[in-house]
Structure formats: C-alpha cells, structure tokens
Ligand binder design. Structure first.
Ligand code: AMP
Ligand code: GLY
Length: 418
C-alpha cells in the first residue's frame, strides 16, 4: 500500500508493479494514474486509523509512505506497534525534516557542513538580529510549510516582513513558532537522496529539481517544476564524499541521540566552491526527483525496501542504468496561486511508448476521460543515452498533451546541454 496522491506516488506504484514479489497494490488515496495500475482507496494520508484498518483488512505486507505529513504524525511508530510492516522513519527520526531547528542543532553539534544560522522563538529578538546582518539572508519557519517556509530576504524591510508574517501573523501556523535566520549560500543545488537502514547508506542517483514556476528560475517557488539526473556538476566522487561527510555522520549523530534512522534520507545540498553544504533534510522520497530517478533504477525496489525494514541493506546490490533522465511537470495555469480544476486532459494516448506520464492532480471521469484535479497535474518523464536525448524526447512528447491554460517550463535540464 502506497500512501499519497502525487506523481511521486504514481512513480513508486509504477516501479513496484514491476516486481515479481508484488501481487496487488493499493494506493491511498491515489489519482487517475495510480488507478490504472493499483486499487485506489479513498483514505486521507492523515487518517492513520483508517489507513491501519485498510492495511489489516487487505492483509498488506508492506506500506510505503510518500508525503511527510503522515510521518510527522508518527505513522511509522503507530503501524509498527500494530505489527504492520512500514517503510518510513519514526516520528523522532522524521524531525530532521519536520523541525528545522532540530536539524540545525544537530548539524551544529556534529559540525556538519551547513549555512551558519541562528534560531529564534521571540519576534523582537529575531527582528533585532536581522538589523545587524548582511543581505540577502534566508528566513525559515521551523515546522512543515509545504515547501514554502523558506524566504530569501534581500533587504532589512523584506526580512522584517517575513519575520512578522511567520512569527506574528502565523501564515504557516505553529510551524512559525520559531525561525532560523541563516546566511545565503550561492551555488548549484542537488538532491542527494539515499536509502538507509540506520547503518548502511546507499545513495540514489543524484538529481536536480527546478523549484521556481517560470523559466530562468523566475516566478514564485513551487512544489517542483521538473528536473534531471544525473547532474554533471555532481560526479560520483562528490556523491561518495557527501555520503561519508554528510549522510553517514548524520545517521551516526542521530544514533548518538538514541534515534535509529530507517527509510529515505534526503539531503538538499548546495555546491559552493566545489564543497557540498546542507540546505535542508527531508525524511521521504523527493517530488519530482522520484519520477526522474526511479526509471534509472535497475534493482527491484521491493528488495531494497524490505532489506531496510530487516536491517539488511548492506546485502543488497543497488544497480542503476547508465542513462540520463528528465522529467517536466505540467501545471494548471495560475499554479502555485489560484487555478482551475476539472478541465479535460487531451493527448494522453498520443505519447510514445517509452515515455512515462506520472499523474499528480488528476481524476477520471465517467466517460473514461481524465480531468485535472490540482495544481501540479502530470510529470512527463523519459530516459535516454544522455541528457540531450532524454530532454528532446520529453519535450517532443509533452507538446502532444494539453488542457486549458496548462503551463510547463521550457528550460528543464537546458543548462546541461552543450
Ligand atoms: P528549504 O525550505 O530549507 O527546503 O529551502 C527551500 C529552498 O530555499 C532551497 O531549495 C533553496 O533553493 C533555498 N535555500 C534554502 N536555504 C538557503 C540558503 N541558506 N542559501 C540559499 N538558498 C537557500
Ligand atoms: N523536490 C523537493 C522536495 O521533494 O521536497
């Protein structure tokens, strides 16, 4: 049973549906894409009791958690107590993502490379502190804010407004009870996402995610507009170095605090002067990174996930195809602000056989037609011998799909094309 309803979850269902070990897949709640290859259950990812009941009734052998919210509610701890096998970190371990102050304190205590920063729970003190700082500066709400909790402030006025919005107006609710104010780091970003059973770390192929809504990194931040793998500026030596100097020390630091980290450990890194520094941690698969990297994974994902649950990751050979992958997100016009839903999607049957169309905000109509049902609607993904080939293939196919006011970035992976 896969929990979630995004393109990340569709990609997870697509990958595990290829495993000879899997007879049947349920997705809760899923979308029109997961409905084609699994059975959707109308249960919210936050309804832990409902999910547990469905897992028991359907005799589920493995639960895979997509989004962070159920992890923050302690789904892994709860299901473990009930004897339901679940892939995902405990509530305490997930604090790496759910509390930026927790993550920052850990990074500082164990001298992990990251931006210098300070934590505040008093608005007047935070305000006073920014007066003495240089700009740009980054202001981050402590808790979960749907990827919108980090604000780049270019001036004292912008910083003060961000602090007041977060700490006084509480635009992110209690996630803004405290904030981190940290130095702005310049460089290229990469997502280093790894499997871990708390002892062994196996990195996935690194990938890049484009967060801004419009070309040339303009427009507001979004949940992710597309990405590619592997990035040429983050070769395997840097992956290995980051595993040994960042990911491994992180799970050891947690272990020193009595926390075993099992699941996906996602480090958002920035490479400045050839050195990786941590921007953030997530406790789950990335979106859109999963849609881009799973098509490159040769190994059966179920084998990897079961090995993690059984503390046996060091006995698994995780293999990757020697290809490149690109994914482009199609959104509703207006996203991430106001947009229309319920628009018919045309051309889904016109894409080439080797193109993957992962659904996010979609739903099926009675006539068998598919309709938009959210801001991010589809991720169109494809692989090739190199990024030029993969990119050309994806853009050729995405132009065959349409719905009213649809939008996608035209520059995904463009910086890699010589
Ligand atoms: P976060 O909320 O920590 O995931 O950050 C979201 C995005 O804000 C990152 O992907 C970066 O693009 C940007 N960001 C966060 N922290 C910094 C920083 N210290 N310097 C520069 N950019 C940052
Ligand atoms: N790609 C950003 C995230 O999954 O948080």
């Amino acid at each position: 049973m896969v929990i979630g309803n995004g393109a990340r979850e569709h990609a997870l269902v697509w990958k595990i549906s290829q495993s000879p070990k899997v007879d049947k897949i349920f997705t809760a709640p899923g979308n029109a894409g997961t409905a084609q290859i699994s059975e959707n259950l109308t249960i919210s990812p936050t309804d832990l009791e409902g999910l547990a009941k469905a897992a028991k009734t359907n005799r589920i052998n493995l639960v895979i958690v997509g989004p962070e919210v159920p992890l923050s509610l302690g789904i892994a701890d709860y299901f473990k107590r009930l004897g339901i096998p679940i892939f995902g970190p405990s509530k305490r371990a997930a604090q790496l993502e759910t509390s930026k102050t927790f993550a920052k304190e850990l990074m500082e205590k164990y001298k992990l490379p990251c931006a210098k920063g300070r934590t505040f729970s008093s608005y007047p003190e935070a305000r006073k502190y920014v007066q003495s700082q240089q700009f740009p500066i980054v202001i981050k709400a402590d808790g979960l804010a749907g990827g919108k909790g980090s604000i780049m402030a270019e001036s004292w006025q912008e910083a003060t407004r961000a602090l007041s919005d977060i700490m006084e107006a509480k635009i992110f609710g209690s996630a803004g009870d405290s904030v981190i104010i940290e130095e702005y780091l310049k460089g290229l970003e990469v997502s280093l996402i790894a499997f871990t059973d708390g002892k062994t770390i196996v990195p996935m192929m690194p990938s890049c995610d484009y967060k801004r809504a419009r070309d040339k990194d303009t427009g507001p931040n979004t949940g992710g507009m597309g990405g590619y793998s592997p990035p040429s500026f983050f070769p395997s030596q840097l992956v290995e170095k980051s595993v040994s100097t960042i990911l491994m020390p992180t799970i050891k630091a947690l272990s020193n605090q009595g926390i075993t980290y099992k699941g996906i450990l996602y480090a958002g890194l920035i490479i400045a002067n050839g050195k990786p520094k941590i921007l953030e941690f997530n406790a789950r698969f990335g979106d859109p990174e999963t849609q881009i990297t799973l098509p490159l994974l040769r190994t059966d994902l179920i084998d990897i996930l079961l090995a993690i649950i059984q503390d046996d990751l060091d006995h698994i050979d995780v293999e990757w195809y020697n290809s490149a992958s690109v994914g482009v997100v199609m959104t509703s016009g207006g996203y991430p602000q106001k947009y229309k839903s319920g628009l018919p999607i045309e051309g889904l049957d016109k894409v080439d056989k080797d193109i993957l169309v992962f659904h996010a905000g979609t739903k099926s109509g009675n006539s068998g037609k598919t309709y938009t049902n959210g801001g991010r609607v589809l991720t169109v993904a494809g692989t090739g011998d190199n990024l030029t080939e993969a990119r050309a293939k994806v853009y050729r196919n995405i132009s065959r799909i349409s719905f009213q006011d649809h939008h996608y970035r035209r520059d995904i992976a463009l910086r890699e094309i010589k």
